[in-house]
Design a protein around this ligand. Sequence first.
Ligand code: F6R
Length: 243
Amino acid sequence: MKVLIFDNATEAVNHAFSIVREQVVNKPKSVLGLATGGTPIKLYRKMVADFHTSAINYKMVRSINLDEYIGLDYYSIYSYAYYMDYNLFSKLNMDISNTHIQNGKAKDLKKECIRYNKVITDNPIDLQILGLGQNGHIGFNEPGTSFDLETHVVELDESTIEANKKYFGKLVKQPTKAFTMGIKSIMKSKKILLMAYGESKADAVKRMIEEEVTEDLPASILQKHDDCIILLDKEAASKLSKR
Ligand code: F6R
């Protein structure tokens, strides 16, 4: 695990962007594992700005998203499918058939997990981008989830529902269940880039980096990955004992 601490999130995002860009330039058919939420937004904006001002080409890039709310699909502005299209896919020259996300409206949840696992097996992830939950989750693998799971259905933690309230309208019924890629699949990614910004992540960051590897803090498993880079701003790094 390589930990890089930046003065602010903008500098960390610049670094994340250079890693993603290099990946796509070096391997135009890269498979990118993608996250949603607040953390990667600035990275996606930089990718879009770069696409409009350089010769970078996303035509052959494939993508696999980490998670999706059960009950929501592209037709809801709160779905992760919508988020991805709005923030990234529609603004790059990606082929939409190369982009993958779980179908939140799938009738048979088990079959959807099996389908998604095949997508992951058929398209091994070159670079996985991760955010970090305040409770230490990665994807929606909540504390207590087995490290051995592949794609599965989760009951979201109360703390996750609370943390994500800000992304939902006041009158909208917030989903309590989601599909998530499992830790076993995340760990098979060739390279992992986790970003965490802000003081609200500081406790989880400390436990992820400095404490034992435990299913109670899912992100701690990243200590065992061979090529994992953690990008932090000062606030997220503020509880680390070593610099
Ligand atoms: C989102 C995801 C989650 C988020 C995490 C942090 O696809 O997998 O693990 O990365 O909940 O969310 P933000 O970035 O909104 O603080």
